[in-house]
Design a protein around this ligand. Structure first.
Ligand SMILES: [Zn+2]
Length: 485
């Protein structure tokens, strides 16, 4: 009889129908019978995920495991499990008073990793260290340090819209010294900015390659997109200055810019840059050449120059979702003076009608995001929060919505906020999908985001490195922020 039953189990095992009775996983969290959304494969139903010591220990088909009631079990029936989300473009240093609230805001909205795209190095590095010290109660923080800019630098602290996020580098040796310093301080990538000269930009690229760091950036105004991409630029933020290279008269525009830059060495960086954008962006859009644009995009695809379009930042300019009470409701989680200022500024903004050019540029950029995607260039979802009334955490969901409007499927949009940023930092074996041995950075959703991307907002629980935060925990975090102004 004994022989018979073990033989039966062997037969059942080989046909993979052997249900282990009352399986117990000590010190583990078991999410039972949930639908996993793998950003590359799609929906996988009836899965049981075992989480232990911060990582995913096992992913099993729910029919193949019979969990003992002694386990800590979360019932995943009718729920959806996705990898924790990334916001790939944030600034801890843009409004320093908001920074102490950003960890809780990110986690409460399901953002388990962020990429800080520019700020004073000691400031951003302090937040990174804090996160490393408390990994279960903070998002992961990847930092670039300051924007590497030329002379005059744009973010120089000259007014509140241009806080000192950048360093102004005058020479090639300044570039060398700064990159070495940032590397020794542990930055995860570098960000090149608009006022760099071509020689300085190429030196950033050369040093970054030597050190194994990715470089993101705005295309320097003294260059065109193709030469920046050919120099090895890994990614572009906001698709900034792309339009200048997609125009019939792109060579002429470049020559004109170089002349203005040469004459503007004594100007204030922010003013000089705005002057060039105001002059050339409308000219470039009016002279948009689809064939030339496709040539540029083909180069970006070939060189794998990824895009972080921060599309909601631009569509916000014309669609103004921040004027709605639903949007402004999230302002209560910010310091009192910020809430007040933002509401005042929005009221003023609403009295000014967007120009026909604003509308045209938004339309152009939205179409271009679709085209970038169809050309096979990878995209990462980023928001630029807390710039332009974008509440940290909440804003990423807005970005996912506009990416879908621009032509990505909901699954493709999810990829831009999960597997892609993980790949960007060579972390794809640790983060970005729901697989065994990976960090347990996960979201449980009440509704299927593949049916409607807005369902990423229906967060039932957030798991950060194995630490479970249910809806009531998340609400409590938010209530504390609203109370402690
Ligand atoms: Zn930014």
């Amino acid at each position: 009889m004994k022989y018979l039953s073990s033989a039966l189990c062997i037969i059942l095992l080989t046909t993979t129908y052997c249900i282990t009775p009352n399986t117990y996983f000590s010190n583990a969290l078991c999410i039972d019978n949930i639908s996993i959304i793998d950003p590359e494969l799609g929906l996988i139903e009836h899965q049981t995920v075992i989480i232990k010591e911060g990582k995913i220990l096992q992913v099993l088909s729910s029919g193949k495991v019979n969990l003992s009631s002694k386990n800590r079990i979360i019932d995943g029936k009718d729920k959806f499990l996705i990898p924790g989300l990334w916001d790939a473009h944030v600034h801890f240093a843009y409004i320093e008073e908001i920074a102490p609230r950003m960890f809780d805001l990110f986690l409460a909205y399901g953002i388990t990793s962020v990429r800080d795209t520019g700020g004073e190095i000691h400031f951003t590095s302090a937040w990174k260290k804090k996160s490393l010290k408390n990994p279960t109660s903070s998002p992961r923080v990847m930092i670039a340090g300051p924007l590497l800019d030329g002379i005059p630098n744009v973010y120089d602290g000259s007014d509140h819209k241009h806080p000192p996020l950048s360093v102004g580098l005058a020479t090639i040796s300044d570039v060398r010294n700064k990159v070495n310093e940032l590397d020794s301080m542990g930055v995860d990538f570098l960000k090149a900015y608009e006022m760099l000269t071509p020689n300085q930009f190429e030196e950033v690229m050369r040093l970054a390659k030597e050190k194994g760091l990715n470089v993101t950036g705005h295309i320097p105004l003294s260059m065109d997109v193709i030469s920046a991409s050919n120099a090895g630029l890994n990614s572009m933020e906001h698709m900034r200055n792309l339009e200048l290279s997609c125009a019939k008269n792109s060579d002429e525009l470049l020559a004109q810019r170089q002349e203005i830059l040469a004459l503007g060495k004594q100007d204030i960086g922010g003013i000089l840059r705005s002057k060039i954008h105001a002059l050339q962006r409308p000219l470039a859009i009016a002279n948009y050449d689809p064939q030339r644009a496709q040539e540029v995009l083909d180069v970006l695809a070939k060189n794998e120059t990824w895009q972080i379009p921060t599309l909601a930042l631009t569509t916000g300019l014309t669609e103004r979702p921040f004027a709605s009470s639903k949007w402004q409701e999230t302002f209560k989680y910010l310091p009192d003076n910020i809430e007040l200022n933002w509401k005042k500024e929005i009221d003023i903004l609403m009295t000014i009608t967007p120009t026909p050019f604003n509308e045209k540029y938004t339309e152009w950029l939205t179409n271009m995001v679709g085209q970038v995607h169809r050309t096979g260039i990878e995209i990462m979802a980023g928001t630029d929060c807390p710039i332009f009334y974008l509440t940290p955490g909440r804003s990423l969901h807005e970005e996912l919505e506009v990416l879908v409007k621009a032509g990505l499927t909901p699954l493709e949009a999810l990829k831009t906020a999960t597997t892609n940023p993980a790949k960007y930092f060579n972390l794809e074996k640790e983060l970005g999908t729901v697989k065994e041995t990976m960090w347990a950075d996960l979201l449980i959703l009440d509704e299927n985001p593949l049916k409607d991307i807005r369902n990423t907002q229906k967060i039932n629980a957030v798991i950060k490195q194995g630490h479970y935060l249910g809806r009531s925990d998340l609400d409590e975090m938010l209530e504390n922020l609203a109370r402690d102004k």
